[in-house]
Design a protein around this ligand. Sequence first.
Ligand SMILES: [Zn+2]
Length: 226
Amino acid sequence: MLNCLRYDNKNVLCYTIFGDDMKIKSFTLGHYRSNCYIVYKNEHAIVIDPGYESDEVIQFINNNNLIIDAIYLTHGHVDHVGGVKKIKALYNAKVYAPKKDEIWLIDSIYNHVGYPIPVDQYVHEGFRFNLDDIEFLVIETPGHSEGGTVLYAKDASICFSGDTLFFETIGRTDLPFSNFSSIKESIEKLYEMLPDETILYPGHGTKTTIEHEKNYNMFIKYKKQT
Ligand SMILES: [Zn+2]
């Protein structure tokens, strides 16, 4: 299983899983400093939350000869979806997004990208897909947005937590369709569901772990179930 975690000479985080390396490259993009991640193994890749069109991302894909199997959107907000159309067009990637955030993707009142985001498959709680032999599971975490999700890879002990759970803070809930009691429930669900050592890669800011947030997140405190 997970037996090694290190950075390679290009500052890409490497995990050795099932004998081969899985790598994670992160980019911080745009005005909102949104995190975009490329997860790849054996030249197959998924791109998570490409918020803005970025030459840096495209160059990285090309330099590493990556085949983009999928683009995954943790939620529908503009700063996570603005680069989807270009990457999809260049690499013919399949786009997955949460159904409950469709309004942010296609309705021009909420979508400020200027065109509807092309989605191939809308997903719900429990949807699974693979990158090579690594399985990713969609967990619904409403609150910051109605359709907010995290993407969890159990065998790698990693979770892309979108704008739900950040390093020592949480996603804002003052936006249309946001709800504080929902995000609280969602984070409590993650605290219960994910092992403490799970590394969280959030939509903004630095990475963290479930254990760290249980101990230091002042917004949603961990209450041990009895
Ligand atoms: Zn957001």
